[in-house]
Design a protein around this ligand. Sequence first.
Ligand code: ATP
Ligand code: MG
Length: 461
Amino acid sequence: MIRKFLHQVFSRKTPASSSTSTLTVIPFKRHGIRRHQITPCALKIATQIQQAGFSAYIVGGAVRDLLLGLTPKDFDIATNATPEEVHHIFRRSRIIGRRFRLVHVMCGAETVEVSTFRGSSTEEDDPVAIQLTDQHGRLLHDNVFGSQEEDAARRDFTVNALFYDPAKEEILDYMKGYEDIKAKRLRIIGDPIQRYREDPVRMLRAVRLASKLGLQIESETAKPIGDLAPLLHNVPPSRLFDEMLKLLLSGYALPCVVELRARGLHHGLLPMLDVILEQPLGERFITIALKNTDERIRQNKPVSPGFLFAILLWHEVLSRWNSLQAGGEKPAPALFKAIDTILSIQRNKLAIPRRFDAVIQEIWTMQPRFEARAGRKPLRMLTHPRFRAAFDFMMLRCESGELNAELGEWWKTFLSADGDQREKMLSSQPGPKRNKRRRSRKKASPSNDPGSDTMIPDTQP
Ligand code: ATP
Ligand code: MG
């Protein structure tokens, strides 16, 4: 039954969208991309697939990035071999995915994604495929094998639909993507409205890719975005989360956020963006933090998603924390309560996976400890495994004006000081006496000083 269905779909006439495409073969002397610009793993895998009698091409973002003079993040391969056939060629490989069946081929520490050419399958193209979209036209299934030309047509933007043959060092271009790259233009393939309906995430991808790659969104591609923005409501939250994370970690988070707002893709559609943009008090903090994140990424420094979420939600936590304290709660339990509340509200909206919780909570709960500079506490702070992230976070709070700049300067000096200088800095702090008094009080009732050791267990060995 399924076989028959697949056969019907597979052997149907070429879809409408591909009838407009013509193949242009771009030789090396025009595009200038040498096969050694591809990682040895991807090259080896493509070559082995070709030697087994199939076609294999580097495809998508990697070809685009090479043509733009950028270093690709990863190399994907497209082939006419089925997932089973690919799996058969490589001992170290596995078939993954249910909706999109792909093969991951392992090579040293690298994993290369190999996908079989897929066709498009909307009801406009083919009545057999009528069950494949929801009532808004969103594609629910996209796993019908097709020809290379169909594979090009089902991709999102022309610049993402180029195939590079490493053996011949040729680029195969069905969608005039090469021209668009040269003109620095981002153009959607096919009818923009239909393509956004099929997958509303393409609107977010347009903004992210244009900002990141310095491309102009072509006018027909840009036009429907504002009107179709509400379609993002139908996208599963986990997919929106993944896409927003890509956007925030693209190295161009700030321009992307500005662009999303300008194109009407923000209010009420992307909960994460609401959080970012609808905090009058936090706006300065978030702007500084995103700029800082972008710089780190461009310098190839690590940015953890946990750190990013800690930033995005900090002012929510802060205002909840303040109002709990204004209601008479003690600072330390109030902070924990505020954290719990904000995380559980946002978990549903933003679909933040729980694996990030520990980092987020540690960064936040360490914050008050930076303000307790008396005694040995600052030295103990340095040994905390999350110290660096918490310190960077505190510095952003200083830069945004939320904390006194003097505090950040003190910590910066303390970090670079030698042992003697540190001792001097600690002994010149006015705190110890006051602390002693607190410590004696602590016996009777637990401390409510958010900077005290009772709030966070010390993690030093
Ligand atoms: P990046 O540099 O961010 O990885 P990319 O274009 O490679 O950008 P991927 O998400 O890795 O993005 O996707 C790989 C390729 O798959 C794209 O280049 C594009 O051809 C195709 N693709 C990805 N998402 C979509 C989509 N929503 N609709 C159609 N094609 C898509
Ligand atoms: Mg990619």
